[in-house]
Design a protein around this ligand. Sequence first.
Ligand code: PMP
Length: 365
Amino acid sequence: MSQQKTNQITEARLIESRVRKSLRELSAYSAPRLDCAVRLDGNESPFALSKGLETMVQNAIRKVEVNRYPDPEAKNLRNIISKVSGFSKDRILLGNGSDELIGMLITTFSGGTKKILYPTPTFSMYGLTGLAMGMELIELPLDEQFDIDSAVTIEAINKNNPDLIFLASPNNPTGNAFSSSKIREILDCSEGVVVIDEAYSDFSGHTFMPLLEEYDNLVILRTLSKVGFAGLRLGILYAREGLVREINKVRYPYNVNSLSQEVAEVILNDLEFVNENVQLILKERHRVYDRLSEIGGLDVYRSDANFIFFRVKGAGVIFNKLIKKGVLIRNFHSLGRLKNCLRVTIGAPHENEAFLIALRDVLSS
Ligand code: PMP
């Protein structure tokens, strides 16, 4: 073992002196992988590929030359996305999940006030990435129905003139879509970039994509993660060409790997599988919502997404007891606004049934 010299920098001192303070105070994003038979914690799709699609995917993967770099521009894939969405490929940028696109947006649009604004509770990566990149965060509480509080938001926008506003609609973890009229009010008064994160819009039946024709400062984020392909890590950004050109400058050259590009091309060429799965999840969401609403002592929030947010006394204990029964959901219980809040992803019918039975058991024990 090498002897450490006395004047040699220690790990602790190095971190203290060289890591940005805002980063030192952060905790990493965590999504624990507990070994549970029923996993309804990650807002993933429960459905594996159909046999036909699986064969096509395997054939596509066989063609990949892993000794070569991927197409840095992902041209074929962007062409297909362009065909499916009706937007020119110059208005489309791909990311290694929309997580990466959020980072790219913050890196690009940090040349004004260095402020990011978003309502809370919401997806944690806006704040986490913003802080890591030295931005100031302006967090505004959502109203009682978890909708945007217009008066408070517009006042804060006028006062702070944020570089970026993030609006996840439908919102995670609350599940509801925000009112379209309130989103328009925000777009009308913002001089920075407004990002509508539509990670869950396939389950809401609504998209703000048409507004891209009206507002130069609108960016829309989509992802394949929630509709069956979380493992591919493919996020899609739509915006004006000029904005896409700027954001593209901070993109790592080969950010979408060859396997993901090939597989995504196959999937997006035939959306029947995705559409069928979305319909199945919607049917199950209605059923789980109705069943949860029948259970006394639960406050169940309306969902426009592939998960349901609910409040129950003793949420922390209930969460742990569910794990013991082999059912993993997501615990949001904390002080304040999220007291006693839990979130359950809609799974396959048998998984939802296992969750409902386990919850009833836990509540009656
Ligand atoms: N936005 C929202 C609102 C999300 O909930 C998530 C996933 N939890 C993401 C973005 C990130 O999705 P991706 O898998 O595409 O990185």
